[in-house]
Ligand binder design. Structure first.
Ligand code: GTP
Ligand code: MG
Length: 137
């Protein structure tokens, strides 16, 4: 697949890292094909992260993701899902490689600056979650 879905998470938006993160995304060879700023309700955050509902951090995650505005974006590049996960680095910033977005901008395993889809199938589902057909042309 050639598309993935990312969100700039509330901590990164609140700390004025929107521009820095988009600069790293574009320098990494990705094209921003859709983008908006919005605030998730706890219910919508819960729906987005439904696959994690049995995990111990689920409530904390939904609370954090609805704590402030986020920037969802659809990104385009050959091999987008895998290449983007490489660009963002490990979930835990302590384990993220030098030069990755999370190494630079994540505060903790929870407040880790960005999301990246984990499969082509989820990239398509997550893109449809945030963007209407007229926005993801
Ligand atoms: P995403 O790109 O956001 O999906 O991250 P990921 O695929 O690297 O991690 P995963 O799908 O396993 O977890 C989803 C999100 O839950 C992570 O990005 C974190 O924000 C959060 N998360 C994961 N593990 C923990 C944890 O141990 N504590 C807390 N508070 N949050 C966690
Ligand atoms: Mg994930």
């Amino acid at each position: 697949g050639n598309r993935t879905l990312t969100m700039i998470k509330p901590n990164a938006v609140a700390n004025n890292h929107i521009g820095g993160i988009i600069a790293m995304i574009e320098a990494g060879g990705f094209k921003v094909v859709a983008m908006k700023k919005m605030k998730l309700s706890p219910e919508l955050a819960g729906k987005f992260y439904e696959v994690h509902k049995e995990r111990p951090f689920y409530d904390e995650l939904c609370e954090f993701m609805s704590s402030g505005p986020i920037i969802p974006m659809i990104l385009e590049k050959e091999n987008a899902v895998a290449d983007y996960r490489e660009l963002i680095g490990s979930t835990d910033p302590a384990e993220a490689a030098e030069g990755t977005i999370r190494k630079k901008y994540a505060k903790s395993k929870g407040e880790n600056a960005v999301h990246g889809s984990d499969s082509d199938e989820n990239a398509a589902l997550e893109s449809a979650f945030f963007f209407s057909e007229t926005e993801r042309f």
